[in-house]
Ligand binder design. Structure first.
Ligand code: SAH
Length: 240
């Protein structure tokens, strides 16, 4: 009688966003998820993800035009992102004043990779599920903001399996999730509980809750919500 999580999950589990709907959002300038500042929870947990290492290779799933990519690159790390919207990718390079080259990706028909000429940031323009370690190698850090919460709920295990296949043994993966009443707002971003994170990543990763913050803002009121909690987890590969 007390298990509300099953009930809450069912409110969103069948919701599906087509890739074309994301592109439509970019075309219409409906990118309210974009932040003009470095993400506060990345900043406050930077030490936990970098962990004293230099030149970490970071992966940004569903990167949009997150300025966090430039912020990490400026510290000497390298960044690989995947984003379906070419418009979003081009806006990133323009807004960050970065010159770039554009190349096809032979292993993924139709895909392109946009690389900053200084070689620090590469963004693959393709469906995330077409990306793999064969194409992009493995990573020492992952920043997942607006990604696990943005993918279709029915794809979570597929997503987690892919992300885990991109992790080096020393990889530290920060994932940012949102909790709110999913009966009130259909998403995206979708509601992701600690249980959900454990269900899909628990087989391969140790999971630590790093921060839980009240992230309710005015815009969430217009979504019909009256509370919203942001939770940050650190995922590390289980010792083999
Ligand atoms: N992480 C970014 C963007 C979050 S919004 C940020 O925090 O600002 C989610 C982004 O994922 C959108 O830009 C959308 O175009 C992209 N996207 C959604 N599904 C995708 C998929 N299957 N493959 C690649 N990109 C996708």
């Amino acid at each position: 009688c007390c298990d509300t999580s099953t009930q809450e999950m069912s409110a969103q589990e069948n919701r599906v966003m087509a890739l074309s709907e994301w592109e439509d959002r970019w075309q219409a300038g409906k990118t309210g998820f974009h932040r003009s500042e470095v993400h506060n929870l990345l900043e406050s947990n930077l030490d936990k993800v970098v962990c004293g290492r230099n030149e970490v290779r970071f992966f940004f799933p569903l990167c949009g035009k997150a300025i966090d990519m430039k912020w990490l690159a400026d510290m000497g790390h390298t960044v690989v992102g995947v984003e379906i919207s070419e418009k979003g990718i081009k806006q990133f390079f323009a807004e960050q004043n970065l010159a770039f080259n554009e190349e096809p990706v032979p292993a993924i028909p139709g895909a392109k990779v946009f690389k900053s000429t200084d070689g620090t940031i590469s963004i693959y323009q393709c469906d995330l599920y077409k990306f793999s370690s064969t194409v992009g190698g493995k990573f020492g850090g992952i920043w997942d903001r607006g990604a696990l919460v943005a993918i279709n709920p029915c794809d979570r295990q597929k997503y987690a399996t892919l992300l885990m296949s991109l992790m080096n043994n020393d990889c530290r993966y920060l994932v940012d999730t949102l909790e709110y009443n999913p009966e009130l707002y259909k998403g995206p971003p979708f509601f992701v509980s600690e249980e959900d994170v454990k269900n899909v990543f628990g087989g391969g990763c140790d999971i630590e809750l790093l921060e839980s913050v009240d992230a309710f803002e005015k815009k969430h009121k217009s979504w019909g919500l009256d509370s919203l909690t942001e939770k940050m987890y650190l995922l590390t590969p289980k010792a083999q």
